[in-house]
Ligand binder design. Sequence first.
Ligand code: BGC
Length: 818
Amino acid sequence: MFISISGKKKVRDVDIKKLIQKMTLEEKCYLLSGKDFWQTRSVERLGLPNVTLADGPHGVRKQEGASDQLGLNGSLPATCYPTAATIANSWDPKLGEEIGEHLGVEAASQDVCVLLGPGMNIKRSPLCGRNFEYFSEDPYLTGKMAAGYIRGIQSKGVGACPKHFAANSQELRRMASDSVMDERTLREIYLTGFEIAVKEAAPRSIMTSYNRINGVYANENEHLLQEILRDDWGFDGFAVSDWGASNDHTAGVAAGSHLEMPTTGGDSDEELIQAVRSGRISEALVDRRVEELLTAVLPLREAVDQVKGKEYDREAHHRMAQKAAEQSIVLLKNDHRILPLAKQTKVAVIGDFAKTPRYQGAGSSVVNPTKLDSTLDVIKDFPLELAGFAPGYHRTGPADPALEREAAELAKKADVVLLYIGLDEISESEGLDRSNMKLPESQIRLLQMVSDANPHVVAVLSGGSAIEMPWIGQCEAVIHGYLSGQAGAAAMLGAITGKVNPSGKLNETYPLTYEDVPSAPYFPSRERNAEYREGLYVGYRYYETVGKPVRFPFGYGLSYTTFTYSDLTVNEKEASFTLANTGERDGAEVTQLYVCAKCSGVYRPAKELKGFQKVFLKAGESKRVTIPLDDKAFRYFNGKTDRFEVEGGEYEILIGASCADIRLSATVTAAGTEAPLPRDASRLPSYQSGNILAVSDQEFQALLGHDIPDGYWSGELDINDAICQLYYAKRWIGRLVYKVLTGLLEKSMAKGKPDLNIMFIYNMPFRGIGKMAGGMCSQYMVEGMVKAVNGHFFKGLGQIISGFFRQRKVMKKANGMK
Ligand code: BGC
């Protein structure tokens, strides 16, 4: 294929196939792993340039000093936009696209050719530590939002990299766990979002996740990377491993992975060269991967070369971050229409978050913001009278009675209390799942004290994932900003004072208690396996099917105006209805289309989101809204035919303001694909009814179509066992390492600030030591370590020592590769 790339001097046309013919085996193999933590390799002799990849989903995290994938070391300043969970509440892919454009401009300006986002894993459990980085519990909303971001980023010549592909919905032992699920659940819930993103926005790259899927690592999963991604969806970008997610590099390249990151100092590269020499993998296949990689990467290099170093308007980008936050605010409760506050209302601002905002989560997505607004900084720009500020609680640790008393005294002096509360930093972090869905106890106590002093409490929430709200009765209003980025404070005050009419709707269900969550009995994984026994019944798919009451349903959110829905007409291609703004304010409504299958040959959740549209209407205005019924509307995945099929028959089309607030419905008949039905329904009673909280081994086995893989640790450790499993080590040295690490971790947790580094090591498999040490340790040395802890101490030690000298030579060669 011919492609134009920029060499050092001028843009020229290159025949990639011919270029590959000129490369040595070494050069080709070295191209398929990183040069360092963030860059790919170049081949200077042939004028092939390298590119830089950088996090992350809601802002650019380009590191120029020490590198890490946990957000521990500094990065260049960049605009911190609201996180994906926040923007998903806007239900507006166009807004995602606009943010994407801004991200693209900033990335290109910093010479970043691939931006590592958006994050699109499904919120299987509200406890997953990275939910703030993901869009939704629903794959359709996820896919549409992600497609928006990708289109935007790529419109600026930068490649997007949706992640983490796939089924990576827990942080605990994330690099060592196996997501065990049936194929239908995989396709319908965990892959559909990626499918939409790939088909509608053609990302230039995709990131393979750390975990295994049904026994095979994502990065070496041919079913995922070749059969589904390339052959079925037509993906023509490159697949990069998550940092350290490569297990067996050769198997990865064979399966469809193109780039192992970060560098292993030549270890993986040499492994691949030997694999070609020994015939384990053919050189032709390596050539193909190199061609696919270069075809995707070189145009990015060329585009970014045109604009790198170009300044962008930081103020304008800050304003974009504010606009994005404004359009994503969710109004959850508004008794007596206390909001918006009347002009010059005397407010007491209480809560530490008003001074030091919670605006993003922890880990690899951490952005070093260009500036950061706090409520106390910007409140003077709004028509409110400030009675005073009281912090009310400490960020972590127990309640402080003195702070509580001070807050209660202040509350008495105001008409209304703006109480800034939410999840603290420890609750939302890469590498660490939450242990419960509660707000910190100190904040709940404070709310009680403050509402006793003044009943007009408006709770202003921050936090990127669902929480329990047993305390909601003590608030007159609750307004949620999620994690709203560097300009979120003004966005929120805009909504509180009515300059902004809230139009966000929840991207996820807020259950009454954690025990109600469908994955709760199975999350996080027992030992090695994460068993996805709840199958399709994630989030509202479960609550709506079994009629379980929730605090706030998926798609819920109030407005300062009211909307009515009328005159639905439906055919097999689309649904149309009239939406009217019947209130006194201009506002936007997120209209939602759910499909309910009446034909019952295959089990299905009661409602599934298959379309949506955000519509802005002036007060008194009405509009005809049309939502297409696309190829996803009626389909289900059929394990017998191994493809999506449509069951012919009747479907109810439900139009609503949330999944539980259906305003209009009509029936449509869909033509089927006449495929044989997949399974014997009588063997899957829980899945037929949706009562999936106690799926027996026998039934899960029937769903999987094979035995449940044994996920228990035996005592013999291997390179893919997590380091925290040193608990099982046969040698005292292994158990000592376990004890020391556990002690350090517990100490940092007790301080309220988990040490992400220790956490990462704790959950990392042994092979990760080799993959993440920048070449200081090879896989051969790792195997030596595992031998040593398994009771063959001297044999293992010998291997570590000889491996060390061998790796020194490999690194020397790697450093010489240009
Ligand atoms: C994260 C990715 C991130 C990568 C590079 C990994 O730990 O899972 O999301 O892009 O590090 O920082």
